[in-house]
Design a protein around this ligand. Structure first.
Ligand SMILES: [Zn+2]
Length: 283
């Protein structure tokens, strides 16, 4: 019988995913009772030679606040052509192209081995890719050096119009401004205080402008409205700046108690990352 540890290792091996907590809360109330924030570390470009990418759009849950993607854990009623979202329990109809599905004729995204799936979206990219780096600095000197080198390497592989951002965390969380020339500037958050996305956006000065964005669309359609942000910038503009910032990264300076692990603000760092990305989604 497989142990729970093996189950976790298998998931990591197969999907490049490791969760802070391996049981999904079944209600909002349960979610509030969790002693560790639900988070997952994902290896986004993990190679899966056994899984060819699919050349169509993902099917999304119809509940506007959910939009989860159809996956092998959803319950499917093949006769009624309905699927139940496994996150919000919304019952959804399959799109017309799925009329022929049955137990023996399943789309790839319902097969158990496709717990990870790569979609190649056919429509043109409307906005640039965004890479928000959230970097743990509670490392040994050697490891930090190796990490810096990997990060520099990854920057050189990004498309030039990709937007990049940098958050570093140890006991404190630092959100780095990328637009400033010469001096480096960052916002520091304590790791012990939970903040909502709204609070984070207010503190970073990213609250929504009063004018509706439809009217504020930039003249050139290629220019993403978020380009002016201090925290996310096109890599081609701030390449040097970011390279310097990464080069100067130091190990977390806070003392570590003998026999204990360093205090890491992983949860707050991720909340801030989500807060930053939500601003873009709302534009
Ligand atoms: Zn849903």
């Amino acid at each position: 019988m497989a142990t729970y540890l093996e189950f976790i290792q298998q998931n990591e091996e197969r999907d490049g995913v490791r969760f802070s907590w391996n049981v999904w809360p079944s209600s909002r109330l349960e979610a509030t009772r969790m002693v560790v924030p639900l988070a997952c570390l994902l290896t986004p470009l993990k190679e899966r030679p056994d899984l060819p990418p699919v050349q169509y759009e993902p099917v999304l849950c119809s509940r506007p606040t959910c939009k989860a993607v159809l996956n092998p854990l959803c319950q499917v009623d093949y006769r009624a052509k309905l699927w139940a979202c496994n996150f919000c329990f919304q019952r959804n109809q399959f799109p017309p192209a799925y009329a022929g599905i049955s137990e023996v004729n399943q789309p790839a995204e319902l097969m158990p081995q496709f717990s990870t799936i790569e979609y190649v979206i056919q429509r043109g990219a409307q906005s640039p890719l965004i890479f928000l780096y959230v970097v743990d600095t509670c490392l040994e000197e050697d490891d930090l050096q190796a990490l810096k080198e990997s990060l520099q390497m990854s920057l050189s592989l990004l498309p030039p119009d990709a937007l990049v951002g940098l958050i570093t965390f140890g006991r404190m969380v630092q959100v780095h401004e990328l637009s400033c020339e010469g001096i480096s500037k960052s916002y520091v958050f304590r790791g012990t205080k939970d903040l909502t996305a709204k609070q984070i956006q207010d503190m970073l000065g990213l609250s929504k402008p009063a004018m509706p964005m439809q009217q504020a669309r930039p003249a050139q359609p290629q220019e993403h409205p978020f380009v002016s942000s201090r925290f996310l910038q096109p890599i081609q503009k701030i390449d040097m700046n970011l390279t310097d910032l990464l080069g100067e990264l130091q190990r977390d300076p806070w003392p570590v108690t003998q026999g204990k692990r360093p205090l890491r603000s992983t949860g707050v760092a991720l909340s801030i990352a989500v807060g930053l990305l939500e601003v873009i989604e709302n534009l």
